[in-house]
Design a protein around this ligand. Structure first.
Ligand SMILES: *Cc1c(COP(=O)(O)O)cnc(C)c1O
Length: 384
């Protein structure tokens, strides 16, 4: 059996090696390292793939979130509601910009931001909601857009973990994740579903004026060379990363399909285990099926009941099965983001999830032998 890895970037690279290598050499030979034609080409290809009017490439997913918030003109004191159960980047940029993060609980089944909790958290200062499409599937965007319209709020989708996923609205229309809110961010960190070989990110929007502002902000607030109209940042996707992404974008659907197939096999193996709760896909899609893309499994995350999760982690480590705990601490309990206004009763779900979640190896190169080994070891452990 091949050694099991959490993410197998090397195996994935081997398949596309020649194309990727040639595209990288092409950039080096051209010396168009910054804002070269490859960046523009990737931007156009991604716009087409997503069905969105504007993609603004930038240096990483954290910058993408920050620039989106700058572009919307959010001001110190404005409150921004986001999920308590996510990677810290989301809350970090809210705090960095002097905005007030308002963390709220998540749904125990989908791990995504809880709609009732959003409603409860809205005040006269609330200006935006940042749903994070966690682990590969969209938050409840129909409900979130309805709340936003009612209260005149911006919606910034953090799409770092769900690129390529499809969201089906209650009226049956389908949207790619990251094209529903006013603006969205994504990350091309190597282990993301569309990953480059370094850092990279992008912002998406259908709003022409916002897109114009964002293109200036990523480039020192310049709309004309050496004329700085607004305070910006320096956040660029470099041409070598764009060349790699251009190749990998062609495989994104295939990669996501491979992740879904692995998820289906995991689900099947665990289906009779009462103490293992497998991922739940959005209701609109009636569960995970091979013909829909509602969930693209950035992570395959279980909840385990009636056993000690940390003992399971140790057992898997001892058996050379990598695993991850995303996330071990809810954001409202992180030192940097503690706030006296928070009440533990408002975080019942995240406080429970941090004890129960465990993410199994999930990548495009997992094979049946590996999945069988992983699942049979876990089942043996669970049943003592
Ligand atoms: C990865 C990630 C980010 C940050 O992306 P970087 O490219 O690493 O800056 C932001 N939000 C979420 C939910 C992520 O998973």
């Amino acid at each position: 059996m091949k050694k099991i890895q959490m993410v197998d970037l090397k195996g994935q690279y081997e398949v596309i090696k020649d194309t990727v290598n040639n595209s990288v050499i092409e950039v080096i030979e051209s010396t168009a390292f910054i804002n070269g034609p490859k960046v523009h080409e990737f931007q156009k290809n991604l716009e087409h793939y997503l069905g969105v009017k504007h993609v603004i490439p930038c240096a990483n997913g954290t910058d993408a979130l920050q620039i989106a918030m700058m572009g919307l003109g959010l001001k110190p004191g404005d409150e921004v509601i986001t999920a308590d159960f996510t990677f810290a980047a989301t809350v970090e940029v809210i705090a960095l910009l002097g905005l007030t993060p308002v963390l709220v609980d998540v749904n125990p089944e989908t791990f995504n931001i809880d709609v009732q909790a959003i409603k409860k958290a809205i005040t006269t200062k609330t200006k935006a909601i940042v749903p994070v499409h966690l682990f590969g599937q969209c938050a409840n965007m129909d409900a979130i857009m309805a709340i936003a319209n009612e209260h005149n709020l911006y919606v910034i989708e953090d799409n770092a973990q769900a690129i390529g996923a499809t969201y089906t609205s209650s009226d049956g229309t389908k949207h790619k994740a990251g094209t529903i809110g006013h603006v969205a961010s994504t990350s091309f960190f190597p282990s993301k579903n569309l990953g480059c070989y370094g850092d990279g990110g992008a912002i998406f929007t259908n709003d022409d004026d916002l897109a114009h502002r964002l293109r200036g902000i990523v480039n020192h607030g310049m709309y004309r060379r050496y004329y700085h109209d607004v305070v910006g940042v320096n956040s660029r996707l470099d041409s070598i990363q764009a060349a790699i992404l251009n190749t990998k974008l062609q495989y994104l659907d295939q990669y996501n399909k491979a992740r879904q197939n692995a998820a289906i096999k995991y689900n099947e193996a665990f289906k009779n285990e009462a103490n293992i709760i497998t991922p739940v896909a959005n209701k609109a899609c009636q569960g995970i099926c091979s013909s829909c893309d509602c969930h693209v499994f950035h992570q395959y995350t279980l909840k385990v009941k009636n056993i000690n999760r940390d003992d399971l982690v140790q057992f898997l480590n001892d058996n050379n099965i990598p695993c991850g705990v995303y996330y071990p601490v809810p954001l409202h309990k992180q030192k940097a983001y503690e706030d006296k206004r928070y009440n533990e009763d408002d975080f019942k779900v995240t406080n429970q999830l941090i004890k129960e979640v465990i993410s199994l190896p999930m990548h495009t190169e997992l094979d049946d032998e590996q999945i069988n080994y992983i699942t049979s070891k876990i089942i043996t452990f669970i049943n003592g």
